[in-house]
Ligand binder design. Structure first.
Ligand code: PSV
Ligand code: MN
Length: 427
């Protein structure tokens, strides 16, 4: 199924007048505060987030998985689904592949297909947390950190293979997330695991093409429950620095222990020029992979506040970040879930763009704690939805993507095309 520009324009026609009124009103009130609404709309329209190839089917838990029906069964269909998301939202202009879940058979044809939807290839992700049918060594006890050289070599070779797939598609970065760790005290030697990991990452790093970057993702626990080798941003930074200037840290919002101050981590990494990428999701307890902004929208705003500060202050020349959603839910229609996540990201970004940074810095200089809070919350409490809709409208996206998705019966059509019992690759 494809959504045409005509269908989108027909739909927008009905809501255009209301949007013009709401946007005009907000623009005036922002003008009074010296904020240029047009500039924000332009920034929002340019902001693109990669959709992971594994988020287009229903996610499962270890207790089960309920298929939504019409799930994509191959990479082509996954790219078509992202095409639908991009047509509706105009903010999903990239895809992030996970190898070997989504090996591109014919890279040229896959690239052409993505191109026809206006989609580019963002970071490629390796997978040494699951065994594949055709591999000599098992990752049961580790991969890049494993005590056995043969296991490490196999894991390094896999990462190099992933880089080669990415090159053929035009990707320019590799994300490494390691499940390596221990579930019981005494299982591993912390020092040796970390040293092995560093050496393995250096070997992968040596194979990076000149214009590529490597992102090192951290996570405190799961699937290991006692210790994880790359458990936090500090370890990730240590390893990135041990590799070189093309290695960066990757922050996944769900990979923090409860109440961790993620915005402070973002500030520190950007200040050091070492923040490479971002995985968006939300969580209540752990790595819950819930819809972005569904649980802690204020935290997301505070994180974006630091990101925007970093972008505007050119923190240590931190390169542009790779943005990706890393959530796959098990109840909602995954496409609706992703539309909600994209919207939440745009909302937080727009709110952060409203923060009066000079006034905030003046308040900080005078230890005016109350004013500091007022300034942040004034931005957070502004209804920025007219700005986001305006950005979509100008790029021929839908004013209300979920409403149009439902009006066009997209899921029902996908079920008709692909069947009810299809299952996408992923977790
Ligand atoms: C691990 O929890 C993770 O966040 C990594 O980014 C993986 O690539 C992804 O999730 C797999 O779902
Ligand atoms: Mn992740």
């Amino acid at each position: 199924m494809k959504i045409t520009t005509d269908q989108i324009q027909d739909f927008n026609q009905k809501e255009k007048a209301d949007q013009a009124e709401a946007f005009g009103f907000l623009k005036l009130s922002l003008d009074k505060k010296g904020i240029d609404a047009e500039d924000i709309v332009e920034k929002l329209a340019d902001f693109q987030v990669a959709i992971p190839s594994w988020a287009l089917g229903s996610g499962g838990t270890r207790f089960g998985r309920f298929s939504i029906g019409g799930e994509p069964t191959n990479l082509e269909q996954k790219i078509d689904d992202i095409g639908l998301l991009h047509a509706l939202t105009q903010t999903a202009g990239a895809v992030s592949l996970h190898i070997p879940w989504d090996i591109p058979g014919d890279a040229g044809a896959i690239k052409d297909l993505a191109d026809s939807h206006g989609i580019v290839f963002d970071a490629v992700n390796s997978n040494t947390f699951q065994d594949q049918a055709v591999q000599a060594q098992t990752y049961k006890y580790g991969s890049l950190a494993d005590r056995q050289r043969a296991v490490r070599e196999q894991a390094v070779a896999h990462n190099v293979e992933v880089i080669r797939y990415g090159e053929a598609l035009g990707s320019r970065s590799l994300t490494v997330w390691l499940a390596d760790g221990a579930s019981f005290p005494g299982q591993n030697n912390f020092r040796k695991s970390l040293q092995n990991t560093q050496r393995s990452l250096q070997e992968i790093y040596a194979e990076l093409p000149a214009d590529w970057r490597m992102f090192i993702e951290y996570k405190p626990y799961e699937p290991s429950f006692y210790s994880t080798v790359i458990q936090d941003w500090g370890t990730s930074l240590l390893l990135a620095e041990g590799c070189g200037e093309k290695a960066f840290c990757l922050v996944d919002l769900g990979h923090h222990l409860p109440n961790t101050n993620i915005e402070q981590i973002v500030a520190t990494l950007m200040m050091k020029g070492k923040l490479g990428g971002f995985h968006f999701n939300d969580s209540k307890y752990g790595d819950d992979d819930l819809t972005v902004g569904s649980i802690k929208p204020y935290q997301l705003f505070l994180i974006f506040n630091e990101l925007v500060y970093g972008m505007n202050h050119n923190d240590a020349l931190n390169p542009p970040l790779a943005w990706m959603i890393d959530a796959s839910h098990n109840i909602k229609d995954p496409l609706e879930d992703l539309i909600q996540s994209l919207e939440a990201i745009q909302l937080a970004y727009a709110q952060a763009l409203l923060v009066n940074t000079p006034a905030l810095e003046a308040a900080q200089a005078h230890n005016d704690v109350v004013l500091g809070q007022e300034l942040l919350q004034d931005a957070y409490r502004t209804d920025v939805r007219p700005l986001i809709r305006e950005a979509r409208l100008r790029r021929n996206g839908a004013l209300d993507p979920i409403a149009l998705y439902r009006q066009l019966s997209v899921r029902e059509n996908l079920i008709k095309e692909r069947g009810l019992k299809t299952v996408a690759t992923g977790l």
